[in-house]
Design a protein around this ligand. Structure first.
Ligand code: NIG
Ligand code: FE
Length: 419
């Protein structure tokens, strides 16, 4: 029989057992086991429960033992929205914004997303890979075990494919799961500035079918907002993606209320992300739908905005709410989900329990993976993060510091490295 691992010393084992996705008050049900234990085999969870009852099992007696020393154990974070593959940084724009320029003004002047596009086009695949691989290790160090990653800083066929192939190589190399999303519709590239419909044609007729045929992405995303793509362009792009098997996701109502949320509901998108400007009619529509509302408070924080997405209204209306970093060089240069939880609690008034559900089981649901991850239940991947705290509420309570002590991906230690 293959080797088993018995994990004990979990002062709180936060299982998130039960139904997925979580809505309303169910977001506050964490299924905590005090003095819990887990039995793992071949990267999966074989048993979960009170230490005493797990230790009594015959197979547990033969297992290798690992005591985590009275710490809090969670399912690894599922970061369901990142723009992982980029080159350079935008520290100069950061300083301009501090001086008063807005994100949209900088973008209009040719900076913003397009400045990262120029750097990514000039970068070779090996350097993009090396940088992203370093970031993947940083994700693991902060308790994240699955990372969704969007293309979208290439915006021509060769550069978008370069990014997607880097992701593909990372999927084979990195120890965390990487979920690829095609986002050729990030903004209209400069070559098509005067004829955006021709760029949409290129995406719909050539790139999307090719990406799908080559198996380079699972999802298709569009930045459907003021200064990016219109609702009708987004509909064309996402419908074409869906026809080839790419599930839609939408960057919706970040800068202005455009109707992107209604499109997400109409297309049964896996997620509508951002939602800073969502109105109450659309909140009701989201609440009745299966679209996950992925909130990205790191953006508002980094852009220095006063108002955040209406998390309370969404949760209280019954919408499926998830949290993610939106890791990217322009609006959210953080990969620390613990910091995102702090922002969610302090700025959006989510409770620590709601934030944890949003960052694990609901995020896994939005990536169509709730059957495999997002909770600590028998049969699921042994993806877990151990925090040096006594109470799960301390995870958002400490902000800007890393309390992660150990991360396991499919039963293997991925942080700290060399362990
Ligand atoms: O999710 N809103 C569009 N895309 C990113 C920002 C990308 C960038 O500024 O580089 C976002 O916020
Ligand atoms: Fe984004």
């Amino acid at each position: 029989m293959s080797e088993m691992l018995l994990i004990t010393g979990c002062c709180q084992l936060v299982t998130l057992r039960g139904s997925a996705p979580r809505r309303g008050s169910a977001l506050r049900e964490l299924g905590i086991i005090k003095d819990g234990a887990l039995l793992l085999r071949e990267g999966r969870i074989v048993a979960v429960g009170k230490r005493k009852s797990i230790e009594r099992r015959k197979d547990a007696r033969r297992a290798k033992k690992f005591d985590v020393g009275g710490r809090v154990v969670l399912p690894g974070f599922v970061d369901s929205h990142t723009h992982l593959i980029f080159a350079g940084n935008r520290a100069e724009e950061y300083e301009k914004r501090i001086a008063g320029a807005t994100y949209e003004q900088i973008a209009k002047a040719g900076g913003g997303i397009l400045s990262t596009v120029r750097k990514v086009r000039a970068a070779d695949a090996a350097s993009l890979f090396a940088r992203a691989n370093d970031w993947m290790n940083d994700f693991a160090a902060h308790g994240t075990t699955t990372v969704e990653a969007k293309s979208g800083y290439g915006l021509d066929a060769a550069s978008e494919l370069k990014i997607l192939r880097v992701m593909h190589a990372l999927r084979r190399h990195a120890r965390l799961d990487l979920v690829p999303t095609f986002m050729g519709a990030h903004v209209v590239p400069p070559e098509f500035a005067k004829r955006p419909e021709a760029y949409v044609d290129l995406l719909v007729r050539k790139l999307i079918p090719y990406v799908a045929k080559e198996g380079l992405a699972e999802f298709c995303d569009v930045f459907c907002d003021r200064g990016a793509f219109s609702v009708s362009q987004a509909r064309r792009i996402l419908t074409a993606g869906r026809a080839c098997g790419l599930v839609p996701r939408i960057h919706a109502e970040q800068l202005a209320p455009t109707g992107a949320v209604r499109l997400a509901v109409e297309l049964h998108a896996a997620s509508a992300d951002h939602l800073e400007k969502v109105n109450s009619v659309d909140i009701r529509a989201l609440a009745k739908s299966d679209v996950t509302c992925t909130l990205l408070p790191g953006c508002c924080f980094h852009l220095g905005l006063a108002s955040y997405a209406p998390a309370r209204k969404l949760i209280d209306a019954g919408a499926i709410v998830a949290l993610a970093t939106d890791f990217n060089p322009g609006t959210s240069p953080t990969l620390n989900m613990q910091m995102v939880l702090s922002l969610a609690c302090t700025q959006m008034r989510m409770t620590p329990a709601e934030a944890i559900s949003a960052a694990t089981i609901n995020a896994a649901y939005s990536l169509r993976r709730a059957d495999r991850m997002g909770s600590l239940e028998v049969g699921k991947f042994a993806d877990l993060a151990v925090f040096s705290v006594e109470d799960y509420r301390e995870i958002p309570y400490y902000f800007g510091v890393n309390r992660c002590w150990l991360t396991l991906k499919r039963g293997e230690i991925v942080y700290p490295s060399g362990t």
